[in-house]
Design a protein around this ligand. Structure first.
Ligand code: SAM
Length: 209
């Protein structure tokens, strides 16, 4: 689907295709701004937050878009404080580390969905997808940010890596939106109560994929 240009929509609207009460993870959390949307829209049973924060690149800026927010430890502490309630309830769990380190500790097929929003480089995205795929339930959803089809775009690596994964045959591309978000579904019968089709929300499936 692509939400038609000009229609009023928010980035969080995309999350309505995820099952409520599910188990998911946000890979790349930063200040936890999208975490709040994930909690509000999906109301997950458990939401794992995975980010290396200060371990990503201790010698350089962590928040490359806003240098004044380059303090990664403050980013982590802000997330821990902001979601202290859901953490105490066992709904949110924080993991300081790279997806490549953290996800292998979960059982295969553990997650209903995984939301990827990290460096957007091709190499990193390939590595991250490789550890995400086995951890996803059959019928589960991988989704994320910064889908850029222009090969010249600095974030094109996400589109390239995800497209390659879909071409391998285990997934189908089910959703794109005007906020550069993408979603692919692991091919299998969705379990009862599993992710609903984006079409169920009046969103159109990509026609050429
Ligand atoms: C664009 S920000 C995330 C923004 C957040 N999802 C939001 O929408 O508010 C990218 C984050 O990815 C983290 N990151 C980079 N590589 C990662 C990896 N391999 N695993 C998990 N997080 C990673 C960075 O530390 C940074 O905080």
């Amino acid at each position: 689907m692509r939400i038609p240009s000009g229609s009023p929509n928010r980035r969080s609207d995309f999350l309505r295709c995820l099952p409520r009460g599910s188990v998911g993870a946000e890979i790349g959390v930063q200040w936890g701004e999208f975490t709040a949307e994930l909690l509000a829209v999906v109301a997950p049973r458990v939401l794992h937050l995975v980010d290396p924060w200060w371990r990503l690149n201790p010698e350089a800026e962590w928040d490359w878009e806003e240098p004044e927010r380059a303090d990664a430890r403050r980013g982590h502490d802000t997330v821990a404080e902001r979601f202290a309630g859901p953490i105490a309830e066992g709904i949110v769990e924080i993991h300081v580390g790279f997806a490549q380190e953290i996800l292998p500790s979960f059982p295969d097929g553990h997650f209903d969905w995984l939301y990827l929003d990290t460096t957007h480089s091709y190499e990193d995205t390939r590595e991250e997808l490789a550890v995400m795929v086995p951890k996803l339930k059959p019928g589960g959803i991988l989704l994320g940010h910064d889908w850029q089809e222009d090969p010249q775009h600095p974030f094109h690596g996400v589109c390239r890596a995800v497209t390659e994964l879909v071409a391998e045959g285990g997934f189908r591309l089910v959703a794109l939106d005007d906020h550069s978000q993408w979603a692919i579904e692991r091919r299998a019968m969705a379990p009862a109560g599993g992710a609903q089709s984006p079409e169920a929300f009046g969103l159109r499936a990509p026609s050429n994929r």
